[in-house]
Structures are given as structure tokens and as C-alpha cells.
Design a protein around this ligand. Structure first.
Ligand SMILES: O=C(O)CCC(=O)c1ccccc1C(=O)O
Ligand SMILES: [Mg+2]
Length: 368
């Protein structure tokens, strides 16, 4: 297969509610959507999960646009590609910029599956008909607000609640959540808000029977996380610190975590995600699929990836309506009783809604 034309679109979509983490809050989501056409006129879709400011990692939608326009699209255009696994090899001369790379790699995977007439899940070797998902809840103004939100999500059927924490919004908050909801699957995500010197503070979370604490320490650390994990019983899950299979191996060998959150964008694509999944399966490390408040396109890729069998914990891939008044795919991603039914149409399995895409597009550029 060959990519004969690639279109980049800069979209701006407004979340239903502001999303707050230990870094701050935002409601307008600006991102890049990538449309790739092959020599037979088929279309594959990819989404960049980079935000408009570099708070989660160093990438932004503007650095992604630059990388795609100046390096990644030229490296792939009109090149014969037998299998999507080749994309990461072609990109090997370009360091890092994983979210930029995964934007176009995801579109190549979608095209590959569509050309074969199979679902993206099948192309990856996944075999679940439905996937179990949870929900990630940002920092709220009051604990009362948080408890009310959780009650609503429990009623909607979500089985696992992830609560964002930061210093000043942590132990007492989790205690109240646990008191009110003694039986839910519950976890906390700190987005790197703590230091190793907070060890005694973080130990207090051990009494709440949390599934895990996600990324408590620095975004580039695996050494201090290993020290922390030895001192607390709550399993540590790494998010920001894991960019590759190699990072995964090193974190496992050091004992830095017991669980890994796989985000396709953070690790540079679906091929690398699969490698991490396979390594973790071999070493009995449960994985789950993280989220980046994606539109339906990125969400669809997450659904397909989660069909791999070592995704044994509910991920952050909630339904479209948790984020958007109107998503850009047909049908939207729907959650019933905590499950998403994996679509059975070829590729990502959801249709891009061109009217909606146009409505949210600020800038568009075609490369051929
Ligand atoms: O609902 C989602 O898509 C996941 C929400 C979430 O937790 C998150 C959202 C944006 C950036 C980082 C994270 C995270 O997992 O740390
Ligand atoms: Mg996280």
C-alpha cells in the first residue's frame, strides 16, 4: 500500500465540562486529525493526542504539525508499505515526538485493516466482542461535587472510578469516596504531583484498598518510583514515565510499578503499544488503556487496542457523551453497563462524520 495524499486538520472541540488535573484545568481541546488516502482511494484516520500546552509531556499540537509536515509525512508519502509495523522503522531516524509519529501510524493501521476487510481489532490480534471501561474524574471544587459525579457514573454502569489527586486534594478526598462507595473499583491518578519525600503521606492511601496509584512521582522517573513501590502496598501504575518497550522492561526490572497504562500516542503508535502489551503479558504485568480526552477517532483506536487479551483492567476509554455534545464519528462510542461493544466494520469501525469535522476545523492542509 502507498499513501498518496495526507490531509492535516487542526480542530477545536469544547468539552462538556472543564477537566482539571494536578497541572491545571482546560475545556477547549485543540488537536490534529489526520486523513490518509491510499492509491485506491481508501481513507485511514489518525488523531494526535498532543494538547495545546506541553503540560502532560513536551509535545503540543503545533510541534506535532511541524513534525508531520516537515518529516513524517514526507518520509511516508508514496512509499510502498507492506505492513504498519514498518512505519516505526521508517521513523527510527527521528528521535522522540511519539505523539506526532502515532498520529500517522494510526491512520496506516486503519488503512491496512480496511484494505484487508477486517476490523482494526482483528488486525491487531484482539478477540474481545466488548471491552470493560472506567472513567477518569478531574479535580473538583468540592468533595460533595466529586461524590455526586461518582454516584452518577456508577448509575451509568461504569465499573471503575479513577480520581485525580494532588497535594491538598488527596487523602481526605479518597477517604470520603471510599466511605460512601465501599465496593467500587477505585484508583487515584496524581499526574506526577508528588516527590519521594512525600512517601509517608502517600502511605496513607494504603488503607483505602485502591486498585493502584497512577504516576505519583516525576514524569521522567523510574528510580524513585521503585523506592516508593517498596514502601507502599498500593500498586504503582506508570503512565507518563513509559515511552517504549525499553522503558517498560527497565521499569519492570527495577520494580518501579506493578501495572502499566498504555497510551498509543505516548509510546509512538499501535505497533509499540502491542510490543509493550506482549512483554507485560509474558511478565504477568496487567495493562489497561489510558485516555487523552480523544475525539471519536482516537477513541476508536483505543477500543481496538483494548481487545488484546492482557488489557485485563478497565481503561479510561469512556463513551463519547462523557466528553462531547457531539462527537465526530458515526455511530458515537456508547457505554452500556460499563462495556463498549467492539464495532464489526472494517478498520476503526466507526465512520468519520465529515459535517461535524468541518464544523470543528480551524485549519486544513493537504500534502501529496
Ligand atoms: O478520559 C480520558 O480520556 C482520560 C483522562 C485522563 O486521566 C487524562 C487526560 C488527559 C491527560 C492525561 C490523563 C491521564 O491519564 O493522566
Ligand atoms: Mg494518568
Amino acid at each position: 500500500m502507498k499513501l498518496t495524499e495526507v490531509t492535516l486538520r487542526h480542530l477545536k472541540m469544547r468539552l462538556k465540562d472543564p477537566f482539571a488535573t494536578s497541572f491545571g484545568s482546560f475545556q477547549d481541546k485543540e488537536f490534529i486529525l489526520l486523513e490518509a488516502k491510499d492509491e485506491e482511494g481508501r481513507i485511514g484516520w489518525g488523531e494526535s493526542v498532543a494538547f495545546d500546552t506541553p503540560w502532560y509531556n513536551e509535545e503540543t499540537f503545533k510541534t506535532n504539525w511541524h513534525m508531520l509536515e516537515d518529516y513524517l509525512i514526507p518520509a511516508l508519502l508514496n512509499k510502498e508499505i507492506e505492513h504498519p509495523d514498518q512505519v516505526s522503522e521508517i521513523f527510527a531516524p527521528f528521535r522522540k515526538n511519539n505523539m506526532a509519529k502515532s498520529t500517522i501510524e494510526g491512520a496506516v493501521w486503519d488503512l491496512y485493516a480496511k484494505r484487508k476487510g477486517i476490523t482494526l481489532a482483528e488486525a491487531l490480534g484482539g478477540n474481545k466482542e466488548k471491552i470493560e471501561v472506567g472513567i477518569s474524574i478531574g479535580i473538583q471544587d468540592t468533595v460533595e461535587d466529586l461524590l455526586q459525579l461518582i454516584e452518577g457514573y456508577v448509575a451509568e454502569g461504569y465499573k471503575r472510578m479513577k480520581v485525580k489527586i494532588k497535594p491538598g486534594w488527596d487523602i481526605d478526598v479518597m477517604r470520603q469516596v471510599r466511605e460512601q462507595f465501599p465496593d467500587i473499583l477505585l484508583m487515584a491518578d496524581a499526574n506526577s504531583a508528588y516527590r519521594l519525600s512525600d512517601i509517608d503521606h502517600l502511605k496513607q492511601l494504603d488503607e483505602f484498598n485502591l486498585m493502584m496509584i497512577e504516576q505519583p512521582l516525576a514524569s521522567d522517573d523510574i528510580v524513585d518510583h521503585a523506592k516508593l513501590q517498596k514502601e507502599i502496598t498500593t500498586p504503582v501504575c506508570l503512565d507518563e514515565s513509559i515511552h517504549s518497550l525499553e522503558d517498560t522492561r527497565k521499569a519492570h526490572e527495577l520494580g518501579s510499578c506493578k501495572i502499566i497504562n498504555i497510551k498509543i500516542g505516548r509510546v509512538g503508535g499501535i505497533t509499540e503499544s502491542k510490543k509493550i502489551h506482549d512483554y507485560c503479558k509474558e511478565h504477568n504485568i496487567p495493562v489497561w488503556c489510558g485516555g487523552m480526552l480523544e475525539s471519536g477517532i482516537g477513541r476508536a483506536h483505543n477500543v481496538a487496542l483494548t481487545t488484546l487479551d492482557n488489557f485485563i483492567m478497565p481503561g479510561d476509554t469512556a463513551g463519547s457523551s462523557r466528553y462531547w455534545e457531539k462527537d465526530i464519528i458515526d455511530p458515537e462510542v456508547v457505554v452500556h453497563d460499563g462495556y463498549i461493544t467492539v464495532p464489526d466494520r472494517p478498520g476503526i469501525g466507526y465512520e468519520a462524520n465529515m459535517d461535524a469535522i468541518k464544523q470543528f476545523t480551524i485549519k486544513e492542509q493537504r500534502y501529496s
